[in-house]
Design a protein around this ligand. Structure first.
Ligand SMILES: [Zn+2]
Length: 325
């Protein structure tokens, strides 16, 4: 029996210890789980809960250089030896548990795609941390070690017969890593909507891809505090245009909830019910892909708001109406 959605997690993701003063801290996942549990009467027959296997090194190497994978492994081993967290970059922290968390996160993204493609669930939500979209093929940055969405897209192409992928990235930050991976690749359309002039300073609208990838990157920027209605109108048009261009076999979402009003690392004004609408618009655009949508968690730094946003996304994936405010 196919259920509308799968909630995919990996227990090791929760163990990635960045310290409580770090925005991407260990309180994020428990907040999401608590929010989802409160939805269980509605979700019970509509959402599989699945523990994902970790990604293998070969999965990482479809996106990342061997040197990068090794650097992450060595940094985590050193943190484990010292018994404390270490900075891999200025803002990217690892603890002794971070290797297992990172391959758990990439594995959850892959498994969400696997379930959606195999028809066990129509859609999937992978609850991942550390996040992924800033990780480039050769560099960890912006709290990200491995690029979970990119690893899942490449897995789908290598292992599941998928040719064309659409990635919609609504995190308030530009996913520079994802753009880097697919910039010259016409088989993956990367659409990012983000705050202008914000970290990491990439994602200009004139960047539209290179060589065979020309036209399959699109960056849309918004000023601080832009009207929700305007954002949503632009989003709807951009998702439809991207889907018309790539005609995807699979749609992935880099779902950051730092676009919600009040996020300490944000500056946009979206509200949790907007996440329901935005998810439905992605599902509509995925129509030709038999509705194959896998959502992968990125940012979102007010745990309760993050949980509200995830709940709205999962309700949309489960074909339930939006939760009341
Ligand atoms: Zn973000």
């Amino acid at each position: 029996m196919t259920v509308p959605t799968a909630i995919v997690s990996n227990g090791d993701c929760a163990l990635h210890d960045t310290g409580w003063s770090h925005p991407e801290h260990q309180g994020r996942l428990p907040a999401i789980m608590k929010g989802l549990h409160a939805q269980m009467p509605d979700l019970l027959d509509r959402a599989l809960q699945v523990e994902a296997p970790a990604a293998g090194e070969g999965d990482l190497l479809r996106v990342h250089s061997p040197a990068h994978v090794e650097r992450v492994r060595e940094a985590v081993a050193l943190a484990g030896e010292k018994g404390r967290s270490l900075n891999l970059t200025m803002d990217t922290v690892v603890s002794g548990a971070s290797w297992d968390a990172a391959v758990g996160a990439a594995g959850a993204a892959i498994h969400g795609v696997r379930l959606a493609l195999a028809g066990q669930a129509e859609t999937a939500f992978a609850i991942t941390r550390p996040p992924g979209h800033h990780a480039t093929p050769d560099r960890a940055m912006g709290f990200c070690l491995f690029n979970n969405v990119a690893v899942a897209a490449r897995w789908a192409q290598a292992e599941a017969g998928v040719e064309r992928v659409l990635i919609v990235d609504w995190d308030v930050h530009h996913g520079n890593g994802t753009q880097d991976v697919f910039y010259d690749d016409g088989s993956v359309y990367y659409l990012s909507l983000h705050l202008a002039g914000h970290y990491p300073g990439t994602g200009h609208p004139h960047q539209r891809g290179y060589g065979p990838g020309r036209g399959t990157t699109r960056n849309i920027t918004f000023p601080h505090g832009v009207e929700r209605d305007y954002y949503l109108t632009v989003y709807e048009e951009a998702v439809a245009e991207a889907a018309d261009t790539i005609v995807p076999d699979l749609v992935l979402v880099s779902a950051g909830y730092d676009l919600l009003a009040g996020d300490p690392l944000g500056g946009l004004c979206l509200e949790p019910p907007d996440m329901h609408l935005m998810t439905r618009l992605v599902m509509d655009a995925a129509g030709p892909a038999s509705g194959r949508v896998a959502v992968v968690l990125e940012g979102g730094y007010v745990p309760l708001r993050l949980a509200e946003g995830v709940v709205q996304t999962v309700r949309a994936l489960a074909r339930l109406p939006a939760a009341a405010d």
